[in-house]
Design a binder for this molecule. Structure first.
Ligand code: FAD
Ligand code: NA7
Length: 540
């Protein structure tokens, strides 16, 4: 064994997506801390580095899917369409990294394998897959909430002679034109990749397990005047987004769906359908679609009628027809249902006709049919929220493993910290806000950075939440979630998409405005719910 050099820094940041980039910027440039960032990826971008599949698009409007912290950056960045594509977001994030001279603080192509708290020294010891060891007072985890891949192990998959690709590990520029392609998964990602691949592949077989409700995204070109208008109004736009629930920039409705006539209801739904946007359809039409069953059914039946109208073959429409509650992350698409009218696209309903096995030539379903394929695409999503944490050996006070601490369910205080893990912070950890994410990420990174600044100024050696505060926050998130219909729809929002993962509340569904107020109050109240140990009090 070769002797390892141990590097000493003030802070380690894990991840180089929106969260990690901003965290390194704040800690280094504003607090003046020596900071090193790590990412497994060979460059910055996080989500947008990995998800290079055809059709990858943000479903937050372009002008709000970005950082708001720097006025000049806001004025100088631009976009072409109302929604921003993966290559453009990646380019934007790369530009941000260069603009703030952050690249030299990151070590790319480097996976953090463990983070161990050294109780006696009040330091974290972080080890990478290159065997490097870093000691730091603070660790900021920005490891992504939709980042740990879910790759189901289908029987016989290893015998497949074609290619398998997960959408979140799509090789750059990989084209499937002219190939016979199968796609498993029809969530947000599946819909995007299916819609984009359909016109260029020879044949597309879509293995549909649970059809989902989707509305048009409404992506349109924007002209320089429209962009200038937004830029002139940016202060107000961000103010409004940060003071709303889902922070998608539209006015959120408070009108109960059943308080208007059926005709008026359908007019409002149609208007939202024509405008586009999934969150807008769910939260901009009426105020109770996510909470009231009758309102929810009204929205669901409006979408079902559209599916029946768009898909010409009634049997295909039946296979694609969503059922039950409209209570998952609302989806929007660029002509997804229309794709099934193409002669080269076939839907296989795998709940009624399950996948039996994968063979050398393709996928065999229970009815004995071999669906011959050159490529099998997995759009099967992520082990969301806690997935990446559980893949690192993280041990807090007294060697407590994060997986043991989170045995029942992943928890946190305020989505940013957890008891027994001092000076250890999370961006979009369990029970953080469920919104358009950049403004929530900024809220958390700013709060974390302020807290670290407070600790540094006040000689604080260790800050961590009390178990009671964490339990209370979990209870708050559970109560809010239980008041919605989301708990009744199985999805990654509750960890219900991963076999063996215990479904539990993973988000604070109280909205960004309320979240920001709580975060501000906790800090103003002397870090209520945190145990703050000053240098003198800590036994060394
Ligand atoms: P990420 O961007 O996920 O970055 C985390 C990084 O951490 C990754 O690069 C990963 O490699 C790295 N990492 C993890 N573990 C380790 C380790 N042990 N060692 C080293 N590096 C590690 N959100 C929206 O608000 N609007 C949208 O329209 C939207 N669209 C999306 C579309 C897709 C296809 C996906 C997958 C997600 C989408 N999201 C959207 C969610 C998106 O993840 C967030 O908006 C945001 O990009 C998250 O940024 P982040 O920095 O927190 O995490
Ligand atoms: P999702 O929303 O989790 O969708 C995954 C899809 O894959 C969904 O249709 C699943 O069906 C399907 N799936 C998952 N595992 C299997 C197996 N084993 N067999 C067949 N089908 C399977 O992930 P996305 O990537 O689309 O979206 C996640 C978020 O990332 C999204 O909200 C955006 O913000 C980006 P199921 O519904 O479980 O029956």
């Amino acid at each position: 064994m070769t002797a390892q050099t141990t590097h000493t820094v003030d802070a380690v940041v894990i991840g180089a997506g929106f969260g990690g980039i901003y965290a390194v910027h704040k800690l280094h440039h504003e607090l003046g801390l020596t900071t090193v960032g790590f990412d497994k990826a060979d460059g910055p971008g996080g989500t947008w580095y990995w998800n290079r599949y055809p059709g990858a698009l943000s479903d937050t409007e372009s002008h709000l899917y970005r950082f708001s912290f720097d006025r000049d950056l806001l004025q100088e960045s631009t976009w072409k369409t109302t929604y921003i594509t993966q290559p453009e977001i990646l380019e934007y994030l790369e530009d941000v990294v260069d603009r703030f001279d952050l690249r030299r603080h990151f070590k790319f192509g480097t996976e953090v394998t463990s983070a161990l708290y050294l109780d006696d020294e009040n330091l974290w010891e972080v080890t990478t897959d290159h065997g490097e060891v870093y000691r730091a007072k603070y660790v900021v985890n920005a490891v992504g909430l939709l980042s740990a891949i879910n790759f189901p192990n289908l029987p016989g998959l290893d015998t497949f002679e074609g290619e398998t690709i997960h959408t979140a590990a799509w090789p750059e520029g990989k084209s499937l034109a002219g190939r016979r392609v199968g796609v498993i998964g029809t969530g947000s990602t599946g819909q995007q990749v299916i819609t984009s691949l359909a016109p260029e592949v020879e044949h597309l077989t879509v293995f549909v397990r649970t059809p989902q409700y989707s509305v048009p995204v409404g992506n349109r070109p924007v002209n320089p005047e429209q962009i200038a208008e937004i830029k002139a109004d940016y202060d107000r736009i961000w103010e409004r987004a940060k003071n709303s629930a889902v922070a998608f920039g539209f006015e959120e409705s408070t009108l109960p769906a059943m308080s208007v006539s059926e005709e008026e209801r359908n007019r409002i739904f149609q208007e939202a359908w024509d405008h586009g946007g999934g969150f807008r359809f769910m939260f901009g039409t009426f105020g109770d679609i996510a909470t009231d069953e009758a309102a929810n059914e009204a929205a669901a039946s409006f979408i079902r009628a559209k599916v029946a109208e768009i898909i010409e073959d009634p049997e295909t429409a039946r296979k694609l027809m969503p059922k039950g509650l409209f209570a998952k992350r609302p989806l929007c698409d660029s002509g997804y249902y229309e794709v099934y009218n193409r002669p080269n696209v076939e839907a296989v309903a795998i709940k009624e006709n399950p996948i039996r096995e994968v063979t050398a030539k393709g996928v065999v379903t229970e009815d004995g049919v071999l669906h011959e394929l050159d490529v099998l695409v997995f759009a099967t999503g992520f082990d969301a929220v806690d997935g990446n944490y559980r893949r690192i050996e993280i041990r807090g006070r007294d060697g407590l493993h994060i997986n043991d601490h989170w045995d029942g369910q992943p928890t946190s205080y305020l989505g940013v910290s957890t008891a027994n893990f001092p000076n250890w912070f999370m961006v979009l950890g369990p029970n953080g806000p469920f919104t358009n994410l950049p403004p929530s990420i900024e809220t958390q990174v700013e709060w974390i950075s302020d807290t670290i600044g407070y600790a540094e100024r006040n000689g604080v050696r260790a800050i961590e939440p009390t178990p009671e505060a964490e339990a209370e926050w979990t209870e708050t998130c559970t109560e809010i979630a239980n008041a919605t219909l989301f708990t009744k729809g199985d999805s990654w929002i509750f960890g219900a998409n991963i076999p063996g993962k215990k479904p539990s509340v993973l988000f604070y569904l109280g909205g960004l405005r309320n979240y920001r107020a709580v975060m501000a109050e906790v800090a103003a109240d002397g870090y209520r719910g945190f145990e703050v140990k000053s240098a003198e009090m800590v036994t060394v």
